[in-house]
Design a protein around this ligand. Structure first.
Ligand code: HEM
Length: 336
C-alpha cells in the first residue's frame, strides 16, 4: 500500500499539507476564470461532432473535452491527450479484458501489486511524469506539475519520488475518466428521459442546478474502500481497527431515506445531497468545482443546440465494479 500511496490514501496533517499545495487551483473562484476557455473548447468539440452527423459520443464529445481541460492544467501539449486517455483506460479498466494489460484478479497481476491499479501502464505514466518534472524543476511555472514539483508543503517536507509519481498519476486519472463518464451517462439519461431533456431545452436557466442531478444519477464512481483507523460503530455495525470498509457512493445516491423516488431523474430535485464527490470527509473531491463547471458548460451548449439525437447501437459499458463507465455510445445527431 505504501508504494501506491497518493494524496487520496494519506491521512492527517500530511494530507492537508499536500492538498494545500494545489487546492487553490481548484477553488470555485479560480475555476470560474476558465469559463471562456471552456466555452471555446466545448464549441469546437461539438462543432466537430455534429459536423459528422453520426459519431461515437464517447470518442467525439465526452472523452475529448475533459482531457483537454486537464492538458491545460498540467500544461502538456494537446497531442499528448490521446496517450493520456489510453493510459487512463488501461489503468481504470483493470477488470475489463478489452482495456487491462493484466486483469486484476489474475495471478500475473501479483507482479504489479505495488503499482496503482496493479497496472503496468502506471510505469509509463511515471516515466512521462519524470520527463515533465525534469523540464519544470527549479522554474517558476504555475501549472499543476510545477506546483507539486517545486512547492514545499507547509510541513516542510517536499514530495519525494513516490509522492510525485502517485500524485501525478492521480491528477491524470481523477480529472479524466470520471468527468468523461458523467458526460456520457448524462446524455444517455437525457435520451432515456425525453421529458427532462425537453424541460431543460425550454428552461436553460435550470441547467446549472440540474448538474447536481446529472452527477447523482450518473454516479460515475461506484465505491471507494477505506481502512478503519480505530474501533468504532457505524449505524449499528461494529467496525474494528484495520477493517476494510467500502463506501458505496452509488448506493448512497439511490438512498430512499434521503431522496424521494431515487430511481427517477428529476433535474429540479432540491435539495440534492448526492455523494458523487464523497461527502463531508477530508478527501472530498478536490476537482468538484472544476467538474461542475465542465458539466454545466458542456450541457448548456449541447442542450441549447440539440435538434435531435438517437442512439444507433448499444451502449457499451465498462466491466468494472469501481467506475461506472461507458466505452462507446454510437449516436446520430442534428443541431438546430
Ligand atoms: C464527475 C467528476 C468527478 C467525480 C465523480 C470525482 C469523484 C471523486 C471521489 C469520489 C473522490 C474521493 C472522495 C472521498 O474519499 O471522500 C475524489 C477525490 C479526488 N478527486 Fe475527484 N472526481 C471528479 C472529478 C475530478 C477532477 C476534474 C479532478 C481534478 C483534475 C479531481 C481530482 C480529485 C483529487 C485530487 C482527489 C483526492 C482528494 C484528496 O484525497 O484530498 N476529481 N474524486
Amino acid at each position: 500500500m505504501d508504494a501506491r500511496r497518493s494524496l487520496l490514501e494519506t491521512d492527517g496533517a500530511r494530507h492537508r499539507a499536500m492538498r494545500r499545495l494545489i487546492q487553490f487551483e481548484f477553488t470555485p473562484g479560480n475555476v470560474a476564470t476558465y469559463e471562456t476557455f471552456l466555452r471555446g473548447l466545448t464549441a469546437t468539440t461539438l462543432d466537430n461532432a455534429f459536423a459528422k452527423g453520426e459519431f461515437d459520443f464517447v470518442d467525439e464529445v465526452a472523452a475529448d473535452f475533459p482531457i483537454r481541460v486537464l492538458a491545460k492544467l498540467l500544461d502538456v501539449p494537446d497531442e499528448d491527450t490521446g496517450q493520456l486517455i489510453e493510459w487512463g483506460n488501461r489503468m481504470v479498466g483493470f477488470d475489463d479484458p478489452e482495456h487491462a494489460d493484466v486483469l486484476i484478479d489474475s495471478a500475473e497481476s501479483e507482479k504489479y501489486k505495488d503499482l496503482p491499479f496493479r497496472s503496468p501502464a502506471a510505469l509509463e505514466v511515471f516515466r512521462y511524469g519524470d520527463e515533465l518534472r525534469r523540464q519544470r524543476e527549479g522554474k517558476d511555472g504555475k501549472d499543476l506539475i510545477s506546483l507539486i514539483v517545486n512547492g514545499v508543503p507547509n510541513d516542510g517536507m517536499k514530495l519525494d519520488d513516490r509522492d510525485f509519481h502517485t500524485n501525478f498519476l492521480l491528477l491524470v486519472v481523477a480529472g479524466n475518466e470520471t468527468t468523461r463518464h458523467t458526460i456520457t451517462h448524462t446524455m444517455n439519461n437525457l435520451l432515456n428521459n425525453p421529458g427532462q431533456l425537453a424541460f431543460l431545452q425550454e428552461n436553460p436557466s435550470a441547467i446549472p442546478w440540474a448538474v447536481e442531478e446529472f452527477l447523482r444519477y450518473a454516479s460515475p464512481v461506484f465505491h471507494f474502500r477505506r481502512t478503519a483507523t480505530k474501533d468504532t460503530e457505524f449505524a449499528g455495525t461494529r467496525i474494528s481497527e484495520g477493517d476494510k470498509v467500502v463506501t458505496w457512493f452509488a448506493s448512497g445516491n439511490r438512498d430512499d431515506a434521503v431522496f424521494d423516488n431515487p430511481n427517477t431523474m428529476d433535474c429540479t430535485r432540491n435539495p440534492n445531497e448526492h455523494m458523487t464527490f464523497g461527502r463531508g470527509g477530508p478527501h472530498m473531491c478536490l476537482g468538484n468545482a472544476l467538474a461542475r463547471i465542465e458539466l454545466r458548460i458542456m450541457f448548456e451548449d449541447l442542450i441549447g443546440r440539440l435538434n435531435s439525437m438517437e442512439r444507433t447501437g448499444d451502449v457499451d459499458f465498462l466491466r468494472s465494479n469501481f467506475v461506472h463507465g461507458i466505452k462507446r455510445m454510437p449516436v446520430r445527431a442534428t443541431q438546430r
